[in-house]
Design a binder for this molecule. Structure first.
Ligand code: E4P
Length: 252
């Protein structure tokens, strides 16, 4: 049977990562330049390096995806080699293609995986067919942006099912990541459709965990526990005496 991997946390905030990692429910972390900028990473490259090293150390040996910040293939190669020197559990996110399209990124994915032994997460993909090509190029992870796919009016679950069937038929070891998650429901439905990994922001995991009726139920138990304890205080605690030797009752 196919081995599901689980949820990756989609954040660059150390405190959030520490909290969810301590619960034992995440299997990796994904970042991208937008996330790091939004979450207050400052100081140029030294700042980026420090945050990525801290995240990688915090969750080691779980994988952490760090995305290249350039569209230039030479620059991407240089950055990929730098990222993996920061920590052994860092993998490199490369977009499926650059802003102008083209084939250079896929060539680089193949070169990194086969020539440099660097694990690649191919990102920013919107269809099963793009993911199939990334898997064929040797990518360890192929990331479908499910929320953006749904927002364009296409059906993410359908794309995942199609991709799952193709990767299985080809015997591809690439792991399907579905990210860009917008709703709590997406997490379970995308796993059911065949994703190996679903990325989620902490608010979605919190929404998955906390249920108003669970709160009400726990409240009821606590209320009744208080009654129970107070009732015990009012009564004399029963003495528990050691059982003596059993004496046969004489029936008159
Ligand atoms: C996943 O790897 C991406 O970082 C992320 O899910 C992108 O999501 P967005 O569509 O919210 O930017």
């Amino acid at each position: 049977m196919r081995g599901l991997t689980g949820m990756f946390l989609d954040t660059g905030k150390l405190q959030e990562i520490a909290t969810y990692h301590a619960l034992g429910i995440i299997r990796g972390v994904t970042t991208n330049p937008t996330i790091l900028a939004k979450e207050g990473v400052r100081g140029g490259w030294p700042g980026i390096e420090e945050r990525c090293r801290d995240i990688a150390k915090l969750v080691e040996p779980l994988p952490v995806s760090v995305e290249v910040t350039t569209d230039d293939p030479e620059g991407m190669l240089e950055q990929a080699r730098m990222f993996v020197r920061w920590a052994p559990n860092i993998n490199v996110k490369i977009p499926i293609h650059g802003v102008g399209g083209g084939t250079e990124n896929l060539r680089l994915v193949h070169e990194l995986e086969t020539g440099h032994d660097i694990r690649v997460n191919v990102t920013a993909m919107m269809s099963a067919q793009q993911c199939l090509l990334a898997a064929m190029a040797g990518a360890t992870y192929v990331s479908l942006f499910g929320g953006r796919v749904n927002n364009m009016g296409y059906n993410t679950c359908g794309e995942i099912r199609r991709l799952r069937a193709l990767l299985d038929a080809f015997g591809s070891p690439a792991k399907i990541i579905v990210g860009s998650t917008r709703e709590i429901l997406n997490i379970v439905e995308w796993f059911e459709a065949g994703a190996d990994i679903v990325t989620a922001v902490p608010q979605l995991l919190e929404g998955m965990l906390i249920h108003p009726y669970s709160k009400e139920t726990v409240q009821q138990f606590l209320r009744d526990a208080t009654k129970l304890e107070q009732a015990e205080e009012r009564q004399q605690p029963q003495r528990i005496s050691k059982p003596g030797p059993r004496v046969a009752r004489v029936v008159a």
